[in-house]
Each structure stands twice: as C-alpha cells, then as structure tokens.
Design a protein around this ligand. Structure first.
Ligand SMILES: [Fe+2]
Length: 452
C-alpha cells in the first residue's frame, strides 16, 4: 500500500498488463475502486474488508476493449455508486461526472478530468499529488488511439494538459504496464518518456498512428459485455464456441486434455493446459484473453478445470458443452496430427481390462483376485460421484499421453511484455489488449514502447 498526502493507494496488477486501484481517504476510510478487472473483484473486495474501508464509488476510466470490467460485480458487493464518463453508456452506471467535477472521499477531493484520445469517453482522476491516468499516459509510453473513436491529436492535447497543470512530483498511476512497474512521476516521464520528447502535435499524431497494432482479442465481445453489463456465461454451446473461434477467438480457448490428445486434434491457436496443471499455472490462465473457453474431449475435465480456477478466483471462464467432439460436430475447425486414443477411451479400456483380468484370475487362479474387479468397480462409482477420476489422472501422466512438441499457454511476459506493442496503447500486445504502440523513432534507433 502506498500513502500519498491524505490518501492510501493500493495497486492491483494483472498478468495481461492491466492495472486497477483502490484509493482511500486515510481519515474517513472512504474509498473508491478504479478500473476493476473482472479478475480483481475478489482480491479488491477482500482488501476493502481487511482495511475496513467504506467503498463509495466504482469508476471505469473508459470503455475497456481488452478485458472484462468487474465494476458491476464489485459494485454489487458494496453499497456504492458506479461512475463513468457520460459518453460511456454503460449499463448500471448512474453517475456521469463532467470535466472538472470533484468527488469527495471524506475530506479527500478527487478531480475528474475528461481526457479524450484513447477513446472519446476517457477520463482521468487527479487526487492529492497523484494522477490516475487510465489509458492515456503510461510509464515510458502512451495509449493507442486506433479504435473506438480514438484520436491521437486529442491524446496529445490531454497529456500535455496534465503536464502543464500538475507539478513534476505528481505520482503517475497508469491503467496498464507490461514491465511490472507500478508508478512513476510526471517529472520522470517528462524527461524519459520518448513520446513526451515530441513537442510537435502533427509529428506525434503521425508517429502514433503509423503501423497500428492488432486489435485486442475478442474486442467486440468484450465491448458488448462491458457496455451491457452481462456476465460471461458458465457454459457455452459447441455451436457458439465454433462461431466464437471462427470470429478470431481461438487464443481464448484453453484445452485441458493431455498433450497427446491435443497433438492428435486441436483447435488451431488454442492453448494446451492439461487439467492437472491448471492450478499450478493459474497466472498463465489469467493471461489468456477473456472470455476464456475451457475445452476437453467431452466437457468433464473442462468443468473440473473451471472449479479449480474459480477456487483461485480466476473469472471469465466458460466450459464448451460437449467438448471437442461436440465442437467438431458443430462444424468447428480443428487441426489433426498423429491419431491418439482419447483419455476417456483409455480409462474405459483400462477399467474394462482390469475388471476382466480380475474375473479371469479369480476363476482360474484364486477367488481373491475378484477383489481387483471389485476395486475397479468401486473406483468408477467414486469417479461418477466425485467427478474426479484417479485412473484418468494416472493415465494422463503416462509418457504416451505427453505432447512431443513444446506447446502451451504463452508466458505472461511474452504476451504483454513491455518491449512488445500492446493493444490499448499505441502499439499492441500480441493478445490485442489495450496498450502498446511502437515508440517514436529517436535518431536511428526505432524503439518500441508499450501503450494502450
Ligand atoms: Fe483501454
């Protein structure tokens, strides 16, 4: 927790590079939550309870195109008011502050400034020595402006307005960062941020709009979710999943089967994450762009993976009903490799084989071997009741079920790392988030910076 002037600031960092904040007045303990990613809801709520803060507002700096907002879910946990810019048109938002309006947390005054550029509905918060810049000015970068009505010239104006109005020691808390940086100061950015070295507006616009990065993954779906305020469904039909993938959503599919099953047939662009590894690699799951679709052969393992992830408060998960079999039946595209027997079929074969072996050995050798058949039968009943199959888990670890070629979920660093262009920034992360754009050329050196 950071204490600045009369307030406390608790930053929350997401593997996708998103940043959210709790801001509290030290004296009154009144607080607001800013840019609540859906995956932040639980941790932010727990922190509020631990600090005994009274949440007054939940604020989105703009319409997020790269991640699902958790503002609605967070607001539902507390008696508080949702706030966004008048042009945001978010369901459930009841307060739309005007430029320059002040909101109060106890004796702490926070000024809301309209800061268009990244989007027309973008606003920043200025409070007691801190600037919460959302997707405008980043640490070492600026936001991208190539979608949702963004305007590079207006971004230039907004950023230079901050610089002119606020002292250099003002602490900068950005809406994204891909290098695990939490804060900076305006003075530091003024001297080190390559985008702030460009004093000519036209030059800034030209450089910012050249070579726009890929759009955020699932952007249209996320915009609908964030504007309409609906939840990501717990399950998705195979037909809907096929349409989602056909529309470019393959990078959101997490395949929880074994490596060998994946190698045999998989959705091109999907991520392999065997069900027994999802808990240990939860941050890699978080780095997958939401909505995240969980896939297995028939749906059972995907449901198990969802339960495991939800225990770790990973949100935005949907199980593809009927698994890969139903997905293929619905016309979904797959890539085929070496044919393998699915894990479900391996379990059936192994259970049937052991049962038969027990009966034969009990008849021909000694009746005590019938215990083997009884044990297998009891195991199948247990698996049916608990939805956990020990034989399947064991078989999944066998060498023939491992993937030969290295493949899986890309690391968070590789997806949203600072040297790569991001999505909401002027550039774009490979996942198409909200940040990152190429930094302007400085002499012969053409660097790349993260922007959103
Ligand atoms: Fe954004």
């Amino acid at each position: 927790m950071r204490s600045i002037g009369s307030m406390h600031v608790v930053p929350f960092a997401h593997p996708q590079g998103c940043r959210g904040y709790l801001v509290a007045d030290r004296a009154s303990k009144e607080a607001l939550a800013l840019d609540v990613h859906l995956d932040f809801v639980h941790d932010m709520a727990e922190r509020v309870k631990a600090e005994a803060w009274k949440i007054r507002y939940v604020v989105d700096t703009h319409t997020h195109a790269d991640h699902p907002s958790g503002a609605g879910g967070f607001a539902a946990r507390f008696t508080c008011t949702r706030m966004a810019h008048p042009e945001a048109h978010h369901a459930g938002v009841t307060v739309h502050p005007k430029d320059g309006e002040r909101i109060a947390l106890g004796s702490l005054g926070i000024t809301v400034r309209h800061a268009p550029g990244h989007t027309p509905d973008h606003m920043v918060l200025i409070a007691d020595g801190a600037l919460f810049s959302g997707d405008s000015l980043f640490i070492g970068g600026v936001a991208r402006t190539d979608f949702l009505g963004g305007d590079a010239g207006l971004l230039f104006d907004s950023i230079h307005a901050f610089l002119a109005a606020l002292p250099g020691e003002t602490v900068l808390f950005p809406g994204h960062d891909y290098q695990s940086r939490i804060e900076s100061t305006l003075a530091k950015e003024r001297s080190e941020n390559p985008w702030l070295q460009i004093s000519n507006r036209d030059e800034f616009v030209q450089k910012l709009t050249a070579n726009p990065p890929p759009r955020p993954a699932n952007m249209e779906v996320l915009l609908r979710l964030n504007r309409a305020g609906v939840d990501i469904p717990a399950t998705l039909s195979a037909a809907a999943a096929a349409r989602f993938v056909a529309a470019g959503g393959a990078s959101s599919v997490i395949d929880v089967r074994t490596g060998a099953e994946f190698e045999s047939e998989h959705i091109p662009g999907s991520h392999l994450m065997p069900v027994d590894l999802v808990e240990a690699r939860a941050d890699e799951v978080r780095a997958v762009p939401a909505p995240r679709l969980l896939l297995c052969q028939s749906g059972n393992r995907a449901s198990m993976a969802k339960k495991a992830m939800e225990k770790l408060h990973v949100a935005g998960l949907s199980v593809i009903v009927g698994g890969l079999a139903a997905y293929v039946k619905a016309g979904g595209d797959t890539a085929n490799g070496r044919a393998r027997i699915s894990l479900e079929r391996q379990v059936r074969i192994a259970a049937g084989g052991l049962s038969l072996l027990g009966v034969l050995m009990g008849y021909f050798i000694h009746p005590a071997f019938l215990i083997l058949s009884g044990f297998v039968g009891a195991g199948l009943i247990f698996a049916g009741i608990t939805d956990w199959c020990g034989m399947g888990t064991l078989l999944g670890k066998m060498p023939w079920n491992q993937l030969h070629a290295a493949q899986g979920v890309p690391s968070a660093g590789g997806t949203c790392a600072a040297s790569l262009p991001g999505a909401c920034a002027a550039g774009g992360s490979p996942s198409g988030g909200c940040a990152a754009a190429p930094a302007p050329e400085t002499g012969d050196d053409q660097q790349r910076q993260t922007r959103r």
